[in-house]
Design a protein around this ligand. Sequence first.
Ligand code: IPM
Ligand code: MN
Length: 326
Amino acid sequence: MSNESNLHRVGIVGGDGIGPDVVAEGLKVIAAAGVELQMSHYDLGGDRYLRDGVVLDDATIEEWRELDALYFGAVGSLDVPPGLIERGLLLKMRFALDLYINQRPFVTESHDFVVIRENTEGTYAGEGGFLRKNTPEEIATQGSVNTRRGVERCVRYAFELAKTRRGHVTLVHKTNVLTFAGDLWERTFNEVAAEYPDIDTGYNHVDACCIYMVEDPGRFDVIVTDNLFGDIITDLGGAVSGGIGLASSANLHPGSVSMFEPVHGSAPDIVGMGKANPTAAVLSGALMLDHLGESDAADRIRAACGDPESLTGTTTEIGDAIVGRL
Ligand code: IPM
Ligand code: MN
């Protein structure tokens, strides 16, 4: 991994829909914050797939292993079968680079919590299949894969992070129904917690977590949860924290190449209209700068994104306004 004295090698993947537009604003803000990136641009996403059938080839993944970070826009195209690019590009990237932490911070004037979403296992692992497909007796299964190692490294990351924050970790799961996966998560959580006597812990079922997130989000500091629950509650986290247009994320393999992307998708309904709020991409860029050892610039960018209600206008106008505040 690089630090301030090194060149930062960053792969840029704008992707589909509004992805390229918001990434362009993020790069503008990073440059204005005084950080130089050595960029390689990758033309991937729905358009590329329609042109030559490539979603993500192995040679590209091998190139990415030599980078410090990837800065990603969004995937999802109406012209391509649903799931094809999501699974073949975004999830493949997360799995192939073993980006096992999906870190999603949610900060407003009244709350400041971060969700640590396990990013390589659970129902996203692709376990399952069809039996008797396209018959009246068709069966589809989709299992949840939870390894002790995968759960433990994620839980441990959450406890380490809590040490640098307010010292509280909440496990979110559904142990009352998912008695196998939930049991593994709960046992692992409790064993790791015993190593961190100074960290307070809590547990919420995922459905109850949704109520608390709306009614009393200030109770949360660090939430740790599985892949699918994390996907769902981070959309809710965005909704209660100024909207999904502000929600940023880091897909991390600590100490190795990691990927940074807004939580939102490609928003095909507003493509080309200049309506996309680039703040989520800009804040994801700040998370990338943290990873690159450029935390001063990252903090300045976060400060410039403060008071998000006052950031209005088109995609480029909002980017310019953030630059103006730097
Ligand atoms: C996210 C997205 C992805 C996910 C999709 C696009 C595959 O919703 O990053 O939250 O489900 O992880
Ligand atoms: Mn999601």
